[in-house]
Design a protein around this ligand. Sequence first.
Ligand SMILES: *[C@@H]1O[C@H](CO)[C@@H](O)[C@H](O)[C@H]1NC(C)=O
Ligand SMILES: *[C@@H]1O[C@H](CO)[C@@H](O)[C@H](O)[C@H]1NC(C)=O
Ligand SMILES: *[C@@H]1O[C@H](CO)[C@@H](O)[C@H](O)[C@H]1NC(C)=O
Length: 690
Amino acid sequence: MGLKDALTGAFLFGGLALGASTFSPARPPAIPLAVKAPYLNTWLDAGSDGGNGGYLAGQWPVFWQQQVTAWTGLIQVDGATYQWMGAVPNTQNVDQTEFSYTSTRSNFVMNVGGKVEMNITFLSPVTPNDLKRQSLTFSYLDVGVHSLDGAEHDVQLYADVSGEWASGDLGAVIEWDYGTSDGVAYHTFHRQSQTEISETRELPNWGDFYWSTGNTDGLTFQSGSDVDVRGAFKNKGVLANTKDTNFRAVNSNWPVFGFAKNLGSISSNSVNTLFTIGLTQDNAIQLLGEGSGLTTYPSLWKSYFSSDLDAVTWFYNDYSTAAGLATSLDNQVASDSIAAAGQDYLTITSLSVRQTFGALQFTGTDSDPVVFLKEISSNSDIQTVDVIFPAIPLILYTNPKLLDYLLKPLFLNQENGHYPNTNAIHDLGTFPLAKGYPDGTDEPQPLEECGNMIIMVLAYAQRTKDTDYLNQHYEILTKWAGYLIDESLIPADQISTDDFAGSLANQTNLAIKGIIGLRAMADISNLTGHADDATNYLNTANSYIKQWQELGINSAANPPHTTLSYGDGASHGLLYNLYANSLLGFGYDFVPQSVYDMQSSFYPTVALKYCVPLDTRHTYSKTDWQLWAAAIASEETRNDFISRIANWINVTPTNRAFTDLYDCASGDYPGITFTARPVVGGHFALLALP
Ligand SMILES: *[C@@H]1O[C@H](CO)[C@@H](O)[C@H](O)[C@H]1NC(C)=O
Ligand SMILES: *[C@@H]1O[C@H](CO)[C@@H](O)[C@H](O)[C@H]1NC(C)=O
Ligand SMILES: *[C@@H]1O[C@H](CO)[C@@H](O)[C@H](O)[C@H]1NC(C)=O
C-alpha cells in the first residue's frame, strides 16, 4: 500500500494517484444520499474522523445518527462482479473517478474494469413552492451505464436495502412484502410492532418503507438474508423471484430486499435504471395546540394521495418532472450564489439545501399546512425557535409562506394558553411529540426567543404583505415586546442560542437582538394601525440603541469592536444579530453605519485558520452565524469569511453531515458533535436580504 493522501483518500504509488476521484466543488464532510425528511436522512461519511474520503463503494451509508442503513449496489460486467455502493465483504469495488454535488443531487461516476462507466445520481427533491411534491418522503437513485471502451458488454445491475432503514432497534421484528403496481415493482417493509409518534434512537417506530424500481423486462427480485440474496446475484446475475416468509429481527440473518436487472448488451448509449426509497406514515406529529389535549397531525401527503401505493407509484413515475424542477432549483441557487459572492459561496449554499429541508416534516392538510422542524443532533427538540431563526434565510429565499407554517405550532400552543411564562417559548418538546411545557420548564432563553419571534413575524409579513397575520397575533406579540422593554437593554445572566458556550450577563449581541425586536415591533404596530404603540416602541428602541452603543462597544481598543459583554473590553464575539437590522430593512437609519464598518474591519484581525471564533470564550465558531455576519460586512471581509468556510468544507476531518459548529484552528469537532442541523439554512443570509 502507498501513502494515504489525507485530502482525497486515494492511495499514492510513487506520487501517482491510482483510482483517485475528483471532488467538485468540494469533498464534503458527508455526502447526502437520501436526505428528504427527519426519517429519510441517509449520508455517506466522508471526512477522516470515520469516513473513507467520499468513495461510495467500500463503506456503508448511514442514517444521520450513524446507524448503518445498508444500501448495496453491485454490477456484473461480462460475468465479473463489482460493488458500486456499500461494503459487502470480498467484493471488488469499482473505481470512482468523479464526485460532484448540487443543491439537490449527489453524482458519482464509476469506471468498472475499464469496460463500462456508471453515472450514479442521488436526487432528493426540494420543492418549497410545490407542497404536493415536498410532502412526499421519498428520494431517487438513478443509475446509468454505458460502454467505456467502444465494445459491447453484457451487464446485470443489482441494488438492495436492508431492514436497518426501518428500525432504530435492530432487535425489533420486521415484516415485508413484494408487489407491483402501475409499472412499479416494490419491496415494502415495516416494524411488526407499530407505535405511532414514537422513536427508537431517532428512527420512527411506525410507518412503511418502500423500495422500488420499474417493473420491466429483465427484472428479478428476492427477499432474504444478506448472504443469500447478494450471493444469488454474485453467482447467477439474477434473483430467484422469491419472498422470504420468515419474518424476523432486523439483525437476525439480516433481511435484505434485492432487485436485479438484466441490462443485456450495453453499448455507448447510456441505459438508465431508476430506484426510489422512502417512507409513508399516515400520522406524523402530535401537538398541544387547540383544545386541552394533544392534536394528531396527519402527514401532508395524505391530502394528495388516496393510499401508500398511490403515492409510491406517482413519485416513481414523476421522475422526469421532478428532475426538471430539481435542475431549476440547482440553477437558481448556483446563479444567485455566484452572483452574490462567487464559487466559494456556492460550495457552501449548495451543500445546505437538502440538509435544511431534510429536518422539516410537512403535516396538516393542503388548505392548512403545518411544518414541524426537528433540531436533529442537538437533542432533537421540536420547533426550537432559535433553530428556526438561523434557518430563515433559506426559507425566505425559497418561499416565505413556509415561515408561517413553521411558526403556526408555536402560536397554537402559546395562544391557547398552554405556556405560562411572559417570554416566548424555546421549543415544543422532543420530536415528534410537541407536548409543550404547560409548567413553563422549557430551556430558558427568554430574551433570545422574544426577539426571534418578533423579528421572524415582521420578516414574514414584509415579504408576503400579510398584515392580517400581524393583527391575528398582535396580542401575544405585544406581550413579548413588553418583555423586551423590560429586559433587552441590560440583559440578565442567561444563555443565548449558543447555549453550549455558557451563560453570561449583559451579552452585547443578545441585547441588540432584543432592541432590533423592539424596532420591529414599532413597524408591526404601525402596520396594524396601533399608532400610539408604534411611537412608544420606536422611541424606546431609539433610546436603547444609543445606550447600547455606549455599553457594548470598546471604542478605545485598536481596532475598536463590540464586546462579548458590557464592560469586558478585551472580550469580543460575532455580532451576528445585527444581520436582523438589515434583513428587516432598517439599515443605517437605526444602527449607524459606523457599527457595521467597525465590525467589518475587526473580524479579519481575529480570524484563525478555518474561521472567526464565535467569541473570546472558545476557539470554535458556527457557520450560520459567520455567514450572518459576512452578509452585512464589506466585500473583502465577507469573502474572507466565505473562503475560510469553503476551504474547511473541503478539508475538514469531521465525517458527519455538515456540522455548523467546529474548531477554527483544527477544523475538527470541538468536543460537541453537531450534525445535519437545519441551521445551515442560515448560509443563505446573503440571498435573503431585501
Ligand atoms: C451523469 O448524469 C447526469 C444526470 O443525468 C448528467 O447531467 C451528467 O452529464 C452525466 N455525467 C456523465 C459523466 O455521464
Ligand atoms: C450589566 O451592565 C450594567 C450597565 O453597565 C451594570 O450596571 C450591571 O452591573 C451589569 N451586570 C452585571 C451582572 O455585570
Ligand atoms: C408609521 O408609518 C408611517 C408611514 O410609513 C411613517 O410616516 C411613520 O413615521 C410611522 N410611525 C412610526 C411610529 O413608526
